[in-house]
Every structure is written in structure tokens, then in C-alpha cells.
Design a protein around this ligand. Structure first.
Ligand SMILES: Cc1cc2nc3c(=O)[nH]c(=O)nc-3n(C[C@H](O)[C@H](O)[C@H](O)COP(=O)(O)OP(=O)(O)OC[C@H]3O[C@@H](n4cnc5c(N)ncnc54)[C@H](O)[C@@H]3O)c2cc1C
Length: 464
């Protein structure tokens, strides 16, 4: 048996890499981990966590407005962007420290450097030029925002990365993209008082989500004052004499803004990583090709998380890492399960969703029942807020199983997390009906929609 410096070398200190490194280190294995930027990866440093803090900040403008209906007089309000950024930075630094401490506690050796593969067992630490060897290698290098090099003026644009450190809050921003990151940032900036335009090339924002969620959120965003322009593309961005950015659209319209943000997808971090030298194959989109167990084309090299471009979410990267640990270090081959992943869009109103959309279910099942309630949540009655709430369940008529749940409204993300449990467990609509409601809540609708709003048989809608 050849001997190696480490049992496992992890490249990338994000959601997937840190989880794998920490738990395998705690098993008494010799583990090293290299991180080229900041420990915690995208989620902690420039993704989920700082974004959610910005979401909270952006919600206060609506809270202040709503307060009047409940008898409160809120005095003059003022928002200070540098304070938000500084407080967010402090929290991120705290979390980064916890990630590092977790690795230290598990005796994982940390290299604060970029690392690349030299061959299938050798890794080079670029900062020092040191070469180390490992029996098993885990690549968890994540991804980065697509910089859209084909767009004239793309170098003037920012991505989600830069939004977290803007020196000034722009007066006007144009965001290109229709995925959850674009939509969330449109809501964040609008809530902070920025004149916000969302440009999306598709017919409707948030493709792959249930059509009701897409349309209702779009309408709610427009009603709040966000300019949403679908079937539209940015063709050129130019710096004007006054320092602002001039944007020419496909339609010929010209817009002006202080910042243009591109959120048009993320590219796996596989460039200049030595993958060729190690014999690791990529797919046509540049992601690492893995089998059902997250093993690459090289038997001792594994990959989890965004670098494999399966489902780009933190809990998915962590789940894949947990399965990798079982497979590679516990002699218990375990495949990640990518079905029924609950997810949220932290828009205003929020989206929470799990399982199949109505469209997917209609294709997959002969007959489905759709239970749908669109109503004004109680909290919006006295406040006068216009936002409606949607609760929607998709049921397979033959087995009675609930196969999809879609919510738009306050705390929808929290509800999706809880709904994921009965849906994963295969509960039926009758189980839902047998469950007593919690009253008065918005989520009680989920257990009180007794009659289907409509059915789809072989994809055809039958009302009643
Ligand atoms: C703006 C934004 C908001 C998001 N919001 C959510 C959300 O609300 N919920 C959710 O579930 N997901 C969200 N995500 C997605 C989530 O952040 C990612 O899916 C998750 O971080 C992926 O984890 P990972 O371990 O694959 O990679 P990452 O967390 O990206 O970590 C990869 C790490 O590898 C490092 N690295 C790369 N190459 C090297 C190298 N050669 N040597 C050393 N280090 C290297 C990088 O610096 C990075 O720290 C969001 C993402 C973004 C961008």
C-alpha cells in the first residue's frame, strides 16, 4: 500500500468541503483542507447568509408602512447602507471563525491558499509551492457568477459578489436575470428604496417554479413598483459622461442606472484546477462529472456541491458531503437523494416550495388534484397591504399522496421546510385532512382545503 500525507485532502472550504473535512477529521482520519478566499464559502461569505441579512433589512420599509394600520405612528425613518454592510461583515466574520474553529477542533490541517491537482494523488499548495499527497481527494470548489463576457460593457457590471460591499447604495439599479438570485436582489434593493428594474429574457421569471408562484410574485413585484421586463435582454452597457451607466436593451429602449447587476447563472469552479492532469472528466458545461455516489471519473477523486452542477443549494452540498462520508469512509455506499428538495425564494412576498409543480405533476401522473387557496393573510387586513397569499397542494389522485406544495406569502420558506417532512414521508391528502389546524394562522389553509379546486386528467383541466 502506498503511503500518503493525508487520508483525505479537501479543496474548497465552503458548505460541502467543510462538512466533509470536519466530520472525517473527527473520525480520527488525517485530513487537510485548502481554501483560497474565506472559510465558509459562498453561502456564508457572499451567498445565503449575507443575502438573508439584506432581506431582513429591506423588509423594514413595508413594516413601517404596515404599522400605521395597527395604530403606530412611526416617526421619520432613515436607512444607512454603510451601517448595514458593517454589521453584516461583523456577523460574517463571526461565522467564518466558527467554521475555522470546527475544522481545528477536528484536527483538520488548514491551508489558506489555492490548491490544484498535480496528479490523481498529489496536490500543490500554490501559496508556498508545497506538494502534498492524499489517498482520497474531495473537490468542493463551488461556482462563480457568469460574467457574461459577450456583453459589451460587462466589465462595468457587478455580480451578487460585489453587492455585499458596494460603497454606496445606488439610486437606481438594473438587474439582469430571472432566477432566484436576481429576483431576491430586485426585492432587496427595492425594499431599501432603490429604483429597481429586473430584465429577464424568458417569458416569466423563476422558470422551473410552479406557474402560480411565478405569475403571482411577478404581479406583486410590479404592484410594489419594481419594473419587471420579461422577453428583454441587455445588449450594451456604457459609462455616461455623468458617471452613470447607460443600458441599451434588445427592444431598443435605453435605461440609465447607477449599477447594473448580472445574475444570469453560475459557472462551476473547475478552471486551472489540474483536473486534466489528474484524469478527472468534465461535462459539457464544465462541471465535474460524477456518478450517483459523487465519485468522479477517477476512483479516488470525489466532488460535491456546486462544482458538480446538480442542484446549487447549500443543504444539497451538505447532503452530498454526508453521503460521500458514508460511501468513502464508512463502507456504507449512499447515494444523495435529489428528490423533493424544499426551497425558498426570499422575495417579498416570499416563496416556499417542495415537490412537483403542477406542470411537472400533470406530465408525470395520469390524474392530479390541485387544491388552491388565494387569500389575503390576516396580517395584511389592518395594515392595508395588498399582497395576497397562495397555498397550493398537488395530489396524485390514484395514490392520494401529496406530491407538491407551493406557497407564496409571509414565512413561506419556513412552511416549506415543515411541509417537506410529510411530503418526503409520502403522506396522503387524507393525512393532511386528519391534521387539526392551528388557528388563526395562514398555514392552516394547508389542512383545510378539503375539495380540489380542479383536476388535471392526462394534462387536461377539469374544474370542480
Ligand atoms: C447570492 C447567493 C445567494 C444564495 N442563496 C442561497 C440560499 O438562500 N439557500 C441556499 O440553499 N443556497 C443559496 N445559495 C447557493 C449556495 O451558496 C451554494 O449552493 C453553496 O454555497 C455551495 O456549496 P459548495 O460547498 O459547493 O461551494 P462553495 O460554498 O461555493 O465553496 C467553495 C469554496 O471553494 C473555494 N475554492 C475554489 N477553488 C479553490 C481552489 N482551487 N483552492 C482552494 N479553494 C478553492 C472557494 O473560495 C469557496 O470558498 C446562494 C448563492 C448565492 C451566490
Amino acid at each position: 500500500m502506498p503511503s500518503y500525507d493525508y487520508d483525505l485532502f479537501v479543496i474548497g472550504g465552503g458548505s460541502g468541503g467543510v462538512r466533509a473535512g470536519r466530520l472525517i477529521g473527527a473520525m480520527g482520519k488525517k485530513v487537510a483542507l485548502a481554501e483560497e478566499y474565506r472559510m465558509g464559502g459562498t453561502c456564508v461569505i457572499r451567498g445565503c447568509v449575507p443575502k438573508k441579512l439584506f432581506v431582513y433589512a429591506s423588509q423594514f420599509s413595508e413594516h413601517f408602512e404596515a404599522a400605521a394600520g395597527y395604530g403606530w405612528s412611526v416617526g421619520e425613518t432613515r436607512f444607512d447602507w454603510p451601517t448595514l454592510v458593517a454589521n453584516k461583515d461583523r456577523e460574517i466574520a463571526r461565522l467564518e471563525g466558527l467554521y475555522r474553529q470546527g475544522l481545528d477542533n477536528s484536527d483538520v490541517e488548514i491551508f489558506d491558499s489555492r490548491a490544484v491537482l498535480v496528479d490523481d494523488h498529489t496536490i500543490e499548495i500554490l501559496k508556498t509551492g508545497q506538494r502534498v499527497t492524499a489517498d482520497q481527494i474531495l473537490i468542493a470548489t463551488g461556482g462563480h457568477p457568469n460574467p457574461h463576457p459577450a456583453l459589451p460593457g460587462h466589465e462595468l457590471c457587478i455580480s451578487s459578489n460585489e453587492t455585499f460591499h458596494l460603497e454606496q447604495l445606488p439610486k437606481a439599479i438594473i438587474i439582469e436575470g430571472g432566477g432566484y438570485i436576481a429576483v431576491e436582489f430586485a426585492n432587496i434593493f427595492h425594499g431599501l428604496g432603490v429604483d429597481t428594474t429586473l430584465i429577464y429574457r424568458g417569458k416569466e421569471i423563476l422558470s422551473r417554479f410552479d406557474h402560480d408562484l411565478r405569475q403571482l410574485l411577478h404581479a406583486a413585484m410590479v404592484a410594489k413598483g419594481i419594473h419587471v421586463r420579461c422577453v428583454e435582454v441587455i445588449e450594451e452597457v456604457k459609462r455616461q459622461h455623468d458617471g452613470r451607466l447607460g443600458v441599451r436593451l434588445y427592444s431598443g429602449d435605453e435605461l440609465v442606472a447607477d449599477q447594473v447587476m448580472l445574475a444570469i447563472g453560475r459557472t462551476p469552479n473547475t478552471k486551472s484546477l489540474g483536473l486534466d492532469e489528474a484524469g478527472v472528466e468534465l461535462d459539457e458545461l464544465g462541471a465535474i462529472k460524477v456518478d450517483e455516489y459523487s465519485r468522479s471519473s477517477k476512483a479516488n477523486i470525489w466532488a460535491v456541491g456546486d462544482v458538480t452542477n446538480r442542484v446549487q443549494l447549500t443543504p444539497v452540498a451538505i447532503h452530498e458531503a454526508m453521503c460521500f462520508i458514508e460511501t468513502a469512509f464508512k463502507n456504507n455506499p449512499t447515494k444523495p437523494d435529489h428528490r423533493q428538495i424544499a426551497t425558498a425564494v426570499f422575495s417579498q412576498p416570499e416563496i416556499g416550495t417542495v415537490g412537483l409543480t403542477e406542470e411537472e405533476a400533470a406530465k408525470e401522473y395520469r390524474e392530479i388534484e390541485v387544491y388552491r387557496a388565494l387569500f389575503r393573510p390576516m396580517r395584511n387586513t389592518l395594515s392595508g397591504a395588498k399582497d395576497k397569499m397562495l397555498t397550493k397542494l398537488i395530489v396524485d389522485a390514484a395514490s392520494r399522496k401529496v406530491i407538491g406544495a407551493h406557497i407564496l406569502g409571509p414565512d413561506a420558506g419556513e412552511m416549506a421546510q415543515l411541509l417537506a417532512i410529510p411530503i418526503k414521508a409520502g403522506c396522503t391528502k387524507d393525512d393532511f385532512d386528519r391534521t387539526m389546524a392551528v388557528h388563526p394562522t395562514a398555514s392552516e389553509e394547508l389542512v383545510t382545503m378539503y375539495k380540489p379546486s380542479y383536476r388535471l386528467v392526462n394534462g387536461e383541466r377539469i374544474d370542480g
